[in-house]
Ligand binder design. Structure first.
Ligand SMILES: [Zn+2]
Length: 321
């Protein structure tokens, strides 16, 4: 299985190599200098200038190869994903609460983080007993979207909180709970106070199931790591029955945790259960696109797009009572 994972990883890099070629800066030399090239408006792909006569054929090859490689990666991704982790439901064997309902609570630090569990939420909601509660710990006000959109952090925080409410409508969530920690602020926050707030949320929602990031935070973002740690501390004192960590198999985790600009350390957990979300992939896409500041005006959008190609989500059972 390790060999298969290595092959998939190689294919993943093969998949992104043509993309990198596509945007790599032009080589120096020739008649067309670099500055001239960037000023040129004729070529549709700045960064990949053709030499005389070969440009069109190179582009044709790339344009043919990219969809083929992408299709191959998706196929192999689905194949390996199918083989590695058992499929199931996060609700298997779980008894409802005293009111006959099953309350599922996601606790993530940023508004768009619920995409790690988005298809799973949509699938679970098909069970009429399920009620979904979405808690967001920070305002998401430091996303790079504020640079591209030329807005201040307060404005971005307001916009992103609104986007989460729209996404929650797609998930048919019962409520959104928005805390007001600043983005990248969980690491320096008062730990006891953060734990208490999370414990209050878990008990007030009557959650049977709690979902958060795995301890590595997947992207090594400090809010992901410290948010996950706080939920892990609060859970044992709560009335909830199961804690699931949203995680990823190594062949997705390794590339994303390598290219991330963040460096916080935490243990990456191997998935123990995999959810087939193929019937909900389009609706998940709709929910993810409700976070339009991230999907269209942030570099995070690239990671999110990649995730929308995969018809599975992965979890690791952290604790069960
Ligand atoms: Zn996040």
């Amino acid at each position: 299985m390790k060999r298969t994972a290595s092959v998939i990883r190689a294919l993943f890099y093969l998949h992104i190599c043509p993309l990198l070629l596509h945007i790599s800066p032009p080589l120096t030399g020739g008649d067309q200098g670099e500055s001239d090239y960037f000023q040129s408006t004729n070529h549709p792909h700045p960064g990949h200038p053709p030499s005389q006569g070969e440009g069109n054929s190179n582009e044709t090859v790339l344009n043919l190869l990219l969809p083929l490689i992408t299709a191959l990666v998706i196929f192999l991704t689905a194949f390996v994903a199918k083989a590695e982790t058992p499929t199931g439901s996060l609700l298997d064997g779980l008894a409802p609460g005293p009111d006959g309902k099953i309350d599922v609570l996601t606790i993530f630090p940023h508004q768009d983080d619920e995409f790690y569990a988005g298809g799973t939420l949509l699938k679970m909601k098909q069970d009429p007993r399920v009620r979904i509660h979405i808690a967001c710990l920070t305002l998401g006000d430091k996303s790079d979207a504020r640079f591209w959109l030329h807005v201040d952090p307060d404005t971005l925080g307001r916009v992103r909180s609104g986007e989460l409410v729209s996404a929650a409508a797609v998930y048919n969530a019962m409520e959104v709970i928005q805390l007001d920690y600043h983005d990248q602020g969980l690491k320096g926050a008062d730990q006891a106070e953060l734990d208490r707030k999370i414990l209050d949320i878990i008990n007030r929602t009557g959650a049977e199931v709690v979902i958060t990031h795995d301890p590595s935070g997947l992207t090594r973002h400090p809010d992901h790591v410290f948010g996950s740690a706080a939920v892990t501390r609060a859970f044992p004192q709560s009335n909830a029955k199961r804690l699931y960590y949203a995680t990823q198999p190594e062949w997705i985790y390794l590339p994303t945790s390598t290219i991330t600009p963040f460096h916080e350390k935490g243990k990456h957990l191997k998935p123990t259960i995999k959810i087939d979300i193929s019937d909900y992939l389009l609706l998940k896409r709709l929910a993810v696109y409700e976070h339009v500041s991230q999907a269209r005006f942030s570099l995070v959008g690239l990671t999110v797009e990649q995730s929308l190609l995969v018809p599975y989500e992965w979890f690791s059972l952290g604790m069960e009572k």
